[in-house]
Design a protein around this ligand. Structure first.
Ligand SMILES: [Ca+2]
Ligand SMILES: [Ca+2]
Length: 444
């Protein structure tokens, strides 16, 4: 983490207005979005800092109601969730059904040494998730599960690298009927790869299956390496597939990519990953998102990676409790589990800051309060508008509270915060870690 934090501090000026990648506190990979109850839940893997391989031990969850400010829900599932797993917490997906949330993910089976796909279940989209079976759901040494539930209720699990498989899931979502079936990888279905006789089609890995206007879409990481994102369509969930071309060209300094597509609030969004964070690369990836619109004929346009990301949907209400870990952009800080529930922002040092985008202050805020803790001597929260060096609307003094999880609420007057503005919380104080923040709220 140290190298990432140092890089972020140095990198501040040039990224102040970017919103991609979506997470700056850790490296994230393999995005799998889920829309539920007016929020987008984003499930990711976690590349360890300084990785030189796909060294991944846990999965993470973020959520947003506006595609811009993302709330960190921590890690509700890890290799430790699965008693049979030994390594490789790789690309998975969560689907909602039966009032529960099912997370399908590949990992290495300790007893066989092969990659297998497990399934965990939770009552909430943010977990906690528990192993539904105590053993793999399916195991054939291949990876990258995606699950699609058709309109008739039949669910399908697709996965595979180097092959592409599907199996029909039962309604319980944790068992299946029939045997895994190999989808024929034909050049008609998945395009032509040149110079690789063992893999003559473009299909590489990372399938993402969904249905739109009666047409089944199979989006996937194509060719290798570096990968691009392509897609195929079919009249039914089991094919026959027809290759439709490139969605996202090879870009972004990660030699892998991974697609996730959802519709939310009347728009369509394409999630992917790249190596755009400082210190980023093929094993230190970051998830990002672009808004897109299907063409009139239903095909998917070319989507390029940007640092701007998707525009905000609506605004953020600063007059209700907002989690400190709801972040449009962060520099220097990390998140951790809070004893008050959820997460808090921590490891705050002098000059670190967090951006919250598009707070709708209306006629104006009168005061600001924050839930804080400090085992040191505290510091100050500067409430700034428009940028980290923008107009100072107020300053709250944070005292020492006797512990990093000994919480108290501080408040301070605010002036000049009216209309809809980006808010920057800039943390100042002495040396070392200053204090933690759990949540904040303005008063009108
Ligand atoms: Ca820090
Ligand atoms: Ca919190």
């Amino acid at each position: 983490m140290i190298s990432l934090l140092c890089f972020l501090t140095l990198f501040q000026p040039s990224v102040a207005h970017a919103d991609n990648p979506l997470v700056q506190t850790v490296y994230t990979a393999d995005p799998a979005p889920l829309v539920h109850n007016g929020r987008v839940y984003l499930y990711t893997g976690h590349d360890e800092d300084g990785s030189t391989w796909f060294t991944m031990k846990e999965w993470r969850v973020y959520s947003s109601s506006d595609m811009t400010n993302w709330t960190d829900h921590g890690s509700p599932m890890s290799l430790a969730t699965f008693s049979w797993a030994s390594a490789d917490a790789w690309a998975g997906q969560v689907v909602a059904r039966n009032g529960k949330f099912y997370w399908y993910a590949p990992m290495k089976n300790r007893s066989t040494g092969r990659m297998a796909i497990g399934v965990a279940v939770a009552d909430s989209p943010t977990g906690p998730f528990r192993d539904a079976l105590g053993r793999p759901l399916v195991e054939n040494g291949e990876i990258d599960p995606t699950v699609f539930v058709d309109d008739d209720g039949q669910a399908y699990l697709y996965w595979g690298n180097p092959n592409l498989w599907y199996v029909r899931l039962n309604a319980d979502m944790t068992s299946y009927a029939g045997a895994p079936t190999r989808i024929p990888l034909t050049t008609q279905g998945f395009g032509t790869r040149t110079g690789n006789t063992e893999r003559p089609t473009l299909y590489e890995e990372g399938p993402w299956v969904y249905k739109r206007n009666g047409l089944y879409h199979l989006v996937f990481a194509a060719a290798c390496c570096s990968e691009f994102i392509g897609y195929s369509t079919a009249p039914g969930p089991t094919g026959p597939w027809t290759y439709r071309g490139t969605i996202m060209p090879t870009q972004g300094s990660s030699f892998t990519n991974h697609p996730g597509i959802v519709d939310f609030a009347g728009n369509s969004y394409f999630f992917y990953h790249n190596g755009a964070l400082p210190g980023g690369g093929g094993f230190t990836r970051s998830v990002a998102v672009e808004k897109f619109a299907y063409r009139a004929d239903g095909t998917i346009p070319t989507i390029n990676m940007t640092s701007a990301g998707a525009p905000q949907v609506g605004t953020l209400n600063p007059y209700v409790r907002q989690e400190a870990e709801t972040i449009a952009w962060a520099t220097g800080v990390e998140t951790e589990t809070s004893t008050e529930g959820g997460m808090n922002v921590g490891y705050i040092e002098n000059g670190d800051w967090i951006k919250v985008k598009g707070a709708a202050f209306g006629a104006g805020a009168r005061s600001f309060q924050a839930r804080v803790a400090s085992a040191a001597s505290g510091g100050r929260i500067e409430v700034r508008l428009d940028s980290a060096t923008g107009p100072l609307a107020g300053t709250c003094t944070v005292p020492g509270t006797g512990g990093w999880q000994s919480w108290t609420t501080v408040s301070c007057p605010v002036t000049g915060a009216g209309g809809t503005r980006d808010v920057y919380f800039r943390y100042t104080g002495g040396s070392g870690y200053l204090f933690n923040v759990n949540w904040w709220q303005f008063t009108a």
